[in-house]
Each structure stands twice: as structure tokens, then as C-alpha cells.
Design a protein around this ligand. Structure first.
Ligand code: NAP
Length: 332
């Protein structure tokens, strides 16, 4: 890589979690979806490390942890970064919620990522509902079921033991809702440090976002640019394009930047940790750099707060259970 694009990691603002862990205010996503091969994603991670990224959002279901592990190990060996400077997150997939399975899943992730521990390990979805990668949006598993508190807590007890063992420095949840958190949080021996949720200007989830912040839980925002590269099967005619929203375009013009960068500045200033994905050096470097300079004004933040259109992109249809009426039931 041309090392001309290099951002000093110390210039990237940090967040401190309730347990004292520190991490950058922006990270890199690693979900290649249908269009980026594992080696393309790992090459982007290698470039991003040299560029100054220290936070990476991985998951076993992304199918590229082994390739990413190679570049993480190489970066440490080459002295580009120390393990302690990295914040690596991963997630257990829905088909590994059974008793004993979560330890096995994390063991595989640690082997693939070539790490002794992850900095945060997430429950990817609060459902044990499996679907084969790349399946059609109408596919339904006959074993799929709705959220069951006892089942989720048996998953979380296993997560807590992984934290006790030091294999995960902290544990997190993803794709939760306020009612589910209301049921779950009082039962947690170890509370989540991070909760991953879909967040972008057209989908701001103010209630869930505020609920987490009020309880000292740090929100991590996925699809922060509105996931323009998501597969065709995840698109509907009602979807809004974040980078074309008039509020976003107005602010982008005022700052002379691409609308994608406005989405990220807004996210960071709002207090979330966005995890944009890109395989292009020009884009991932700009994504990191933009949060170190030229902040949005209060008036611009107010304008962008009005860009919310309630436009959920990751609807999760494939996790529905037989008899469910529609994807909205996943988000109750
Ligand atoms: N917890 C969950 O259930 C969950 C669900 C979905 C996603 N995630 C995580 O969130 C991450 C991000 O979500 P995402 O990948 O769906 O969407 P995203 O980050 O909103 O959008 C990624 C797309 O934006 C383009 N892009 C990136 N930077 C850009 C820039 N500066 N200018 C213009 N275009 C730019 C990329 O194209 P190029 O590659 O061409 O730059 C890519 O196609 C994932 O990778 C994954 O780690 C988690």
C-alpha cells in the first residue's frame, strides 16, 4: 500500500467503556456481503492497519476471520501495531447458541484470528435461527422461533463465563430492542459493554440509542453509510439512500466532503462508534481521517437529527419463524 495515507491513531478520539476498556471512536466493518471475497477484505484490513485503524468488527459468519487473522498476526510481527493497541470484536452466530457451543465458537474464532482473546464478543442475534449464507429472502427455517428469554439467558450465561475466563475482555449484544433489554439486563451478572445496532441518518433509533447511553452501554452503529453495497435481496422500494438525503447533502456541500463522511462525522459526534466497511483505500482512509478534523456545527447536528426516516435496512426476514406475520415481529 502507498503509505501516504496515514492517520496517527493517537489523533482519533477514544471512548471509555464502563469497565475501563478504551477504544477508538470509529472502526472498520469486515462484512464483505456478496461482493468482497475474504482475501479482498483481509487486504483492506491490512491497509487499514497501516492507515491507522485499530478497531475491527469481525464475526464468524462473515467467513473471513482466518484471512483477517493472517494480516493481524503479520501486522504485530512487523511491528505496525501491538496486540494491546488493537480492539478486535467478533460475534457468535445463531447456529451456535446451544450449551457448550459458544465456547467452541469463540475457540474457532480465536484460532482463526490468531488471538488469545477478543476485546469484545457479541451475541450476533437474539435468536437461534439459522439460515444458510446467501439464501433467498423468503427462506424460512422450520426450527426458527421467536425470542425466548430463558434461551437468551442461557446464551448470556455462557458469554459471562467466557468473560470470566478472560477469553473475551468484555461481552456485547447485537440486534436488540428496548423491550428485550428491559427483560434481559436485570438478569445479567455481567452487563454488555457494547450494543451493536443499525444506525445511520435515515435510521437513528433514538429510543434504543438513548436507552443504552443512559445505562452506560456504548452503542456501536452498523451500516453507518446506509450500506450502499448491500445485496439486492436486502433492498426494498421503500429504502432511502442516506448519502442522497437533502439534510446530508446540504451539510456535505457546506464542508466540501462526500456525503458518506457527513454520516460518519454525525455518528461520532452523536456518541456512537460507527464501523463503516470499505475495500477501497481512498474510502477507508477518508472515513478514518474525517473524524479527526472539521467537526459539524450544532446547527448541522440539529438539521441531521431531522433526517430520520425510520428506514431499517437490515430487516432480518430470514430469521422469521413459521407463523410470524412479518419482519417487524423481530424488532418488538
Ligand atoms: N451486527 C450486525 O448484525 C451487523 C449487520 C450488518 C453489518 N454489520 C457490520 O457493520 C459493518 C458496516 O455495514 P455495511 O458494510 O453493511 O455498510 P456501510 O458501512 O454503511 O456501507 C459500506 C459500503 O459503503 C461504501 N463506502 C465506504 N466508505 C465510503 C466512502 N467514504 N465514500 C463512498 N462510499 C463508501 C463501500 O464501498 P467500497 O468498498 O467501494 O468503498 C461499501 O459498499 C459491516 O461490515 C459489519 O462489520 C453488523
Amino acid at each position: 500500500m502507498n503509505s501516504a495515507i496515514c492517520i496517527d491513531p493517537s489523533s482519533v478520539p477514544k471512548r471509555v467503556l464502563y469497565n475501563g476498556q478504551r477504544l477508538p471512536c470509529i472502526g472498520m466493518g469486515t462484512f464483505g456481503s456478496d461482493h468482497a471475497e475474504p482475501t479482498q477484505v483481509s487486504a483492506a484490513v491490512a491497509g487499514a492497519l497501516r492507515c491507522g485503524y485499530r478497531l475491527f468488527d469481525c464475526a464468524s459468519v462473515y467467513g473471513n476471520e482466518a484471512q483477517i487473522g493472517e494480516v493481524l498476526a503479520a501486522a504485530v510481527t512487523e511491528g505496525i501495531v501491538t496486540r494491546e493497541e488493537l480492539f478486535v470484536m467478533s460475534k457468535v452466530w445463531n447456529d451456535k447458541h446451544g450449551q457448550g457451543d459458544i465456547l467452541l465458537s469463540l475457540a474457532q474464532t480465536l484460532k482463526d484470528l490468531r488471538l488469545d482473546y477478543v476485546d469484545c464478543y457479541f451475541v450476533h442475534w437474539p435468536y437461534p435461527n439459522y439460515h444458510p449464507p446467501g439464501c433467498d429472502v423468503d427462506a424460512r427455517s422450520p426450527d426458527a422461533r421467536p425470542f425466548i428469554l430463558e434461551e437468551f439467558m442461557s446464551v448470556w450465561r455462557q458469554m459471562e463465563r467466557l468473560a470470566d475466563m478472560g477469553l473475551a475482555k468484555s461481552i456485547g449484544m447485537s440486534n436488540m430492542t428496548v423491550p428485550k433489554l428491559e427483560a434481559v439486563l436485570p438478569l445479567c451478572r455481567i452487563r454488555p459493554t457494547l450494543i451493536e445496532m443499525e444506525l445511520h441518518p435515515s435510521f437513528q433509533q433514538p429510543e434504543l440509542f438513548g436507552y443504552c447511553v443512559d445505562r452506560g452501554i456504548q452503542p456501536v452503529g452498523y451500516c453507518p453509510l446506509g450500506s450502499p453495497g448491500r445485496p439486492e435481496r436486502d433492498r426494498t422500494n421503500q429504502d432511502v439512500t442516506d448519502t442522497e438525503l437533502p439534510e446530508v447533502v446540504t451539510v456535505a456541500r457546506a464542508h466540501g466532503v462526500h456525503p458518506a463522511l457527513v454520516c460518519l462525522k454525525w455518528a461520532v459526534q452523536r456518541g456512537e462508534i460507527p464501523i463503516p466497511f470499505s475495500v477501497r483505500e481512498k474510502n477507508y482512509a477518508a472515513n478514518l481521517h474525517c473524524v479527526t478534523e472539521d467537526p459539524l456545527t450544532d446547527a448541522e447536528m440539529t438539521l441531521l437529527s431531522k433526517a430520520d426516516r425510520g428506514c431499517r435496512l437490515v430487516k432480518g426476514q430470514v430469521f422469521l419463524w413459521p407463523g410470524a406475520k412479518g419482519w417487524e415481529e423481530l424488532w418488538i
